[in-house]
Design a protein around this ligand. Structure first.
Ligand SMILES: [Zn+2]
Length: 534
């Protein structure tokens, strides 16, 4: 009597992404790990009375998708709060608020956002006069998609103490109408007047948002996700992650990256000075890299460039911190055993990141797997340094589709050929990811963007920099695992690794590249357990 598997997927076209056995028909798992992969007749004897058998119906099985850079809690909040990303009119905004008011007790805050006044038919921001009629008993706060401004209703303005006579704070503006009355729109630092009176998210609210994110990610075939900036949104965020994972609300394997500022801070918040570092935790939830911001964004013109933007031509963006401070932070993090993940988008920021990596980690830096997140404007000399140092590039192909037209305006034509390149990264460790909720995080959408490279307006975005489908899939699985030191556990379907997989309704290798994102997800399996089935 041999051993029986507790999970088997069969009648499948399995693409394992492993070199030793790239194709198979069935896979067996036991206690979360892959026991065997092979032909139907090889796996059949492992099926016993207690085996959960998933018939893939001839569908294609791949290793589960692994989002190496996303914002799980922010994404979850965008799902449970007022979501205005699709709003096309002021009436849509008002209707979305009204729907939340109906199911929220009077006096509780209604919050959310994601509106873009350029996408609203009226081409203006909502005002408190739009919102007040549907929210007489609820304070309302709606963030603009950029995060640089937001709109409050009259209740919220009153709670924040904002009135006609309130002066504009330094670095911000309370927008007023012709009579001098606040309209509800608050720019930049003026938002703080409302944000400081917003009640912190409770543990239950935080868990509910994580559960919403977990559900959606399971529907999209995501089996692992690295949160690129944890610990800033809710007071009990780590506890919420811990409980959501333990209770199965968040079924994915999760990595939490923490901000480097937390290394030195000793205030009422959690303090990472116990010798904790990258890798602490379990196979379900662990600490990832330390996150260090070097610059801002291309769309916001805050990404640090070596030569000025094409528009406006006098701007070069900015470094968040001076290079000397960055060097010290990276030295501190590295000495403390942390993997370092640097947010760097502009070529000036990437250069500063590479200088620091080389100085702190030396010519063999690659063995510490320093990460550059985004890696937007990758001039040829910087690419050569990345290749030599074997820095891990964690990039977001979906940006090309959703933000690519804006990149062209910001940078001009000449720099396009090294903006978010992929093909040129051959020989460099690459992990693909989404940065959701900044853009849509469905992996098949990111993979399509990586192989097609076309913007929302239909304009090709340097198509010669495309990845092949095989490369894109590997970067969304093996590459992401490598970026988290987890390639021995995850990323391919072979015995001993976790049974984390996705069942697709069609074979992506036999699908028109333009139709990749419409391939249905039939099932998602994490640790041999079905977490989603269509
Ligand atoms: Zn991010």
């Amino acid at each position: 009597m041999g051993i029986h598997a507790d999970f088997v997927v069969r009648n499948a076209r399995i693409r394992t992404l492993s070199e030793s056995l790239p194709f198979a028909e069935a896979l067996a798992a036991w206690r979360g790990r892959i026991l065997a992969v092979g032909r139907e007749e090889e796996i059949a004897p492992l099926i016993g009375p207690g085996t959960r058998v998933l018939d893939a119906g001839g569908g294609t099985v791949l290793p589960g998708f692994h989002d190496a850079h996303c914002h799980i809690l922010l994404f979850g909040l965008s799902l449970v709060e007022v979501n205005l990303r699709e709003a096309q009119t002021i009436a849509d905004v008002v209707a979305a608020v009204a729907a939340h008011v109906r199911r929220t007790p009077p006096g509780k805050w209604i919050r959310g956002g994601g509106y873009n006044e350029n996408k609203l038919r009226e081409r203006r921001h909502p005002t408190r006069h739009d919102l007040d009629p549907v929210s007489p008993q609820h304070p309302v706060w709606l963030s603009h998609i950029s995060g640089h401004m937001g709109v409050a209703n009259s209740q919220a303005l009153a709670i924040a103490g904002i009135a006609r006579e309130t002066p504009d704070p330094p670095g911000g503006r309370i927008v007023r109408d012709a009579d001098g009355e606040p309209t509800g729109l608050l720019l930049e630092t003026a938002q703080e007047l409302v944000k400081r009176v917003l009640p912190p998210y409770t543990l239950e609210e935080t868990k509910a948002a994580l559960a919403a994110a977990g559900r959606r990610m399971a529907e999209e075939g995501i089996t692992a996700a690295q949160d690129a900036w944890a610990g800033w949104i809710a007071p009990e965020e780590f506890r919420a992650y811990q409980e959501a994972v333990a209770e199965g609300l968040l079924p994915q394997r999760v990595w939490l990256m923490v901000d480097v500022e937390r290394l030195a801070v000793r205030d009422r918040r959690f303090d990472f000075a116990f010798g904790l570092h990258t890798g602490f935790g379990s196979d379900r939830l662990r600490l990832g890299a330390i996150k260090i911001f070097i610059d801002g964004s291309l769309i916001g013109r805050t990404a640090a460039l070596r030569r000025p933007y094409a528009d406006p031509p006098d701007a070069t963006g900015m470094l968040v911190k001076d290079p000397q401070t960055l060097l010290e932070l990276i030295r501190l993090a590295h000495a403390g055993g942390w993997q370092v993940a640097m947010h760097a988008i502009g070529d000036r920021a990437i250069e500063v990141a590479l200088d620091a990596i080389e100085e702190v980690m030396g010519p063999e830096a690659g063995r510490f797997r320093p990460r550059i997140e985004h890696c937007g404007v990758l001039a040829p000399d910087l690419l050569e340094r990345i290749r030599r140092l074997q820095v891990v590039v964690v990039t977001q192909p979906r940006f090309l589709y959703e933000l690519g037209d804006g990149f062209r305006i910001a940078l001009g034509e000449e720099r396009m050929r090294w903006t978010y390149p992929l093909a040129s990264l051959r020989g460099v460790p690459v992990a693909l990811s989404s940065d959701r909720p900044v853009v849509d995080g469905a992996p098949m959408k990111g993979i399509q963007a990586a192989v097609v490279r076309r913007t929302q307006s239909g304009t090709p975005f340097v198509p010669e920099e495309a990845f092949t489908l095989e490369e894109a899939l590997r970067a969304y699985t093996i590459g992401a695992a490598y970026a988290a030191f987890a390639e021995a556990e995850l990323g391919t379907l072979e015995p001993g690794r976790w049974a984390d997989l996705v069942v697709l309704g069609a074979d992506p290798f036999e699908t028109d590249p333009e139709a990749l994102e419409s391939i249905p997800i039939r099932a998602t399996v994490i640790g041999g357990r079905i977490v989603y089935e269509a």
